[in-house]
Design a protein around this ligand. Structure first.
Ligand SMILES: NC(=O)C1=CN([C@@H]2O[C@H](COP(=O)(O)OP(=O)(O)OC[C@H]3O[C@@H](n4cnc5c(N)ncnc54)[C@H](O)[C@@H]3O)[C@@H](O)[C@H]2O)C=CC1
Ligand SMILES: O=C(CO)COP(=O)(O)O
Length: 322
């Protein structure tokens, strides 16, 4: 296939490295200067340093050029760039890899796609996958979710490789909710670990977090079993426990009392949980779903509570059935 990867951050670059042995690739970034630097350096110094870009990779900042002759678009921008980037992909099969809810609308990525490109074959690539490990060629397994089960199977078959194993799934709501909300829980776990609250607390937070993700997802129409798979528990475990996670690192820094604005500026990458926490809390509120951990994360992000006060508020809730 010819694949246009739209977005040249850490994940778009790692996917280019993973797909390069079997596919012709174009890599697009919305910043002309970044495209020039990628071509000059032969690596993505800004977002994924240390990995030579594949030979033959066509790099540019003109999206129409990147999409010319493509069989598939893989959108690897943050959620914030999804709507505009989809707008350039009319008529083309498309996958997105961003994890979160759209700021301002609270929509999941497939709902944004339904707005912008209603009739195209499309889906989400999600699951436990740090870009750095995929770039190194370490074994990774992820989910390709689409409402169109035949499309999910076909794409999983074509993109599957010896180091990047793809599982098809037809529960796009569950796969996207898992990917979005685990980022919020990774911030929570970073706060918990940063405060030195111990491994018991971390296990409790992740387990109750999974219950929270599942309640929210099922209310939105997801299948419960999806949350026991790669896009649910798999990505939750990875992101909450792995220090490569940007969201977890935001939590660790919040626990150290650093201001959010400085944390996100110095990160140099997107941490989707920061925007998504508020959208999840709003959407859950409208659905009448109880999400105490998400609400505690929002309180810390908004500066209403400090990290320790948020933990106290969670622990002092009335006892309840598990
Ligand atoms: N890095 C990782 O390990 C993984 C990341 N993801 C998800 O993939 C998405 C992208 O993540 P990363 O590549 O890691 O982020 P990053 O912060 O490394 O890079 C983001 C890229 O998107 C570009 N960008 C920012 N705003 C944009 C906009 N409005 N329109 C177009 N491009 C824009 C930036 O210039 C940069 O090239 C996120 O939703 C993330 O949650 C998913 C799986 C793994
Ligand atoms: O989604 C990811 C791994 O699956 C990456 O997580 P972070 O965005 O927290 O780094």
């Amino acid at each position: 296939m010819k694949i246009a990867i739209l977005g040249a951050g850490a994940w778009g670059t790692a996917l280019a490295l993973a797909f390069a042995p079997r596919h012709a690739l174009a890599l697009w970034t919305f910043e002309a200067e970044h495209a020039a630097a990628l071509r000059k350096d032969g690596e993505n110094v800004r977002f994924l340093p240390g990995y030579a870009l594949p030979a033959g990779l066509a790099i540019g900042s003109d999206i129409a050029v990147a999409l010319k002759g493509a069989d598939l678009a893989v959108i690897a921008t943050p959620v914030a760039g999804l709507r505009a980037t989809l707008g350039a992909c009319i008529g083309l099969p498309v996958l997105w890899v961003c994890k979160g809810l759209e700021a301002g609308t609270g929509l999941l990525p497939h709902q944004v796609a339904a707005d912008v490109v209603p009739a195209v074959r499309c889906g989400a690539l999600t699951g436990p996958s740090f870009a750095e490990e995929v770039a190194k060629g370490l074994p990774t397994a992820i989910t390709l979710a689409s409402r169109d089960a035949a499309f999910a199977r076909d794409m999983a078959q074509q993109l599957h490789g010896p180091r990047l194993r793809l599982y098809a799934n037809d529960d796009i709501v569950g796969a996207e909710v898992g990917g979005a909300v685990k980022n919020v829980l990774a911030i929570a776990t970073g706060i918990c670990d940063g405060l030195g609250l111990g491994l018991n607390a971390r296990a409790a937070l992740m387990t109750r977090g999974l219950a929270e993700i599942t309640r929210f997802g099922v209310a939105l129409g997801a299948k419960q079993e999806t949350f026991m798979g790669l896009a649910g528990m798999g990505d939750l475990i990875l992101t909450c426990t792995g220090d490569l996670s940007r969201n977890r690192r935001v939590g660790l820094s919040l626990a150290a009392g650093r201001p959010l604005e400085a944390i996100t500026r110095e990160l140099g990458h997107v941490a989707e949980g920061v925007m998504t926490a508020r959208e999840v809390a709003l959407r859950a509120g409208k659905l009448g779903i109880d999400m105490p951990i998400t609400q505690a994360v929002c309180a810390v992000l908004d500066g209403r509570l400090n990290a320790r006060e948020a933990v106290d508020a969670l622990m002092n809730r009335d006892p309840k059935a598990e």
